[in-house]
Design a protein around this ligand. Structure first.
Ligand code: PHB
Length: 393
């Protein structure tokens, strides 16, 4: 038994990219079906990072009157870079007149799922996509399995892979799942969520001789912190005391407010950009197209920037039969993607300590940090990239 669905755009993946795209298309009167293999509860509880660029917040505010980004989220007008025990504030407002918002991805997803469901979006959970057939035709088909085990076939005028770093749409676009530019890093982040008051009003990105740490927040009662660790570490091999001792040692100059650690995870990171972002009537957005290390806080923002470009391109293609924008989608998206790749790589390499770093590397790194914080141009460059480059709309 097989269910056949016909729509204009098939969106595989109900993450921020897929849901926002479905909204932007609906604004233009273009019907779409969004599928995801996860349940709604799973999507809403996936722990991810949470820095939103100003442009991302402006878009969320425009499309969703009920967004909680301004109530549950917090505006941050700067960050602190810390090294050699000294903090250096990067004042985004003063340097570039922009801000970022700390609003975790699962909260964004709760808002977006409610928004799309209230609008009557055809949104189906528990549907696992397997492959694309007729990829080079004007009506590619996504072959999937429904929650009940039966086959689901979706035929549409365009297929968008918004299905994350293990995208099943990517092979059909890019040749193979691996086809792309890749960089591995010799370390990971050990992340914790704890019940404690904030130790700082703003994020602290701290470089220390024993490694990097990031002090972030979630709410007045819950904090998020990370420290650089070996990617092979078992998240349960450390006691709470070990974790606090490591964090405290990596943020010299601040006494962290400790509390019960109720969630711990190890985030391995890598940089990846798929070779192709579009082929015929298929395109990739978000993590399906690229992955960045979390140090630059770019992940969700890049996904949103992709769908802004793609929604305009699909509108021109599907409503006016104009393929100029879709033909240039990959090239235009890649310009921002590679800037963000560079920024994320730069922040990562400037702030982390390599396992084989010698005296030269250490001193060179401190020289680099100093040359950024002591120069207005350096601080402005960091602020511009962190708060997000303007979106070409
Ligand atoms: C987070 O709060 O989870 C977070 C913030 C900034 C980053 C990465 C993660 O660069």
């Amino acid at each position: 038994m097989s269910t056949l669905i016909r729509t204009r755009v098939t969106i595989v993946g109900a993450g921020p990219a897929g849901l926002i795209l479905s909204h932007l298309l609906a604004e233009e009167g273009i019907e779409s079906v969004v599928i995801d293999q996860r349940s709604r509860a799973e999507i809403e509880s996936t722990i991810r990072a949470g820095i939103l660029e100003q442009c991302t917040v402006e878009l969320l505010t425009r499309i969703d009157v009920n967004t909680r980004v301004h109530t549950v989220g917090q505006r941050h007008d700067g960050i602190e870079l810390r090294f050699e025990g000294e903090g250096h504030r990067i004042d985004f407002q003063k340097l570039v007149g922009r801000s970022v918002w700390l609003y975790p991805q699962h909260e964004v997803l709760k808002d977006l799922l409610a928004l799309r469901m209230d609008a009557g979006q055809d949104l189906r959970f528990g549907i696992t996509a397997h492959r694309v057939e007729d990829a080079d035709s004007l009506t590619p088909r996504v072959i999937a399995t429904g929650a009940d085990g039966h086959e689901v076939v979706i035929v549409s005028d365009f297929v968008v892979g918004a299905d994350g770093s293990r995208s099943i749409i990517r092979p059909a676009v890019s040749g193979s799942a691996q086809s792309g530019y890749f960089r591995a890093y010799p370390f990971a982040w050990f992340g914790v969520l704890c019940d404690a008051p904030p130790s700082s009003d703003e994020l602290i990105y701290s470089n220390s001789a024993s490694g990097f740490a990031l002090i972030s927040q979630r709410s007045p009662e819950v904090q998020r912190m990370y420290f650089q660790c070996d990617p092979e570490i078992d998240a349960h091999s450390l006691s709470d005391e070990d974790i606090w001792a490591t964090l405290q040692a990596r943020v010299p100059g601040t006494t962290l407010k400790e509390g019960k650690i109720f969630q711990r995870d190890v985030l391995r990171f890598r940089s990846f950009v798929a070779t192709e972002l579009r082929r015929g009537r298929l395109a990739l957005v978000g993590d399906a197209a690229h992955t960045v290390p979390p140090t630059g806080a770019k992940g969700m923002n890049l996904a949103v920037a992709d769908v802004r470009l793609l929604s305009r391109a699909l509108t021109a293609l599907l409503l006016r039969d104009d393929d100029a924008l879709i033909d240039s989608y990959a090239e235009r998206a890649l310009q921002r993607i590679w800037k963000a790749q560079h920024f994320s790589w730069w922040m990562t390499s400037m702030l982390h300590t390599g396992a084989d770093a010698d005296g030269f590397d250490r001193r060179r790194q401190l020289g680099e940090l100093r040359s950024v914080v002591e120069s207005e141009a350096g601080r402005a460059y960091l602020s511009e990239a962190y708060t997000g480059w303007p979106i070409e709309d």
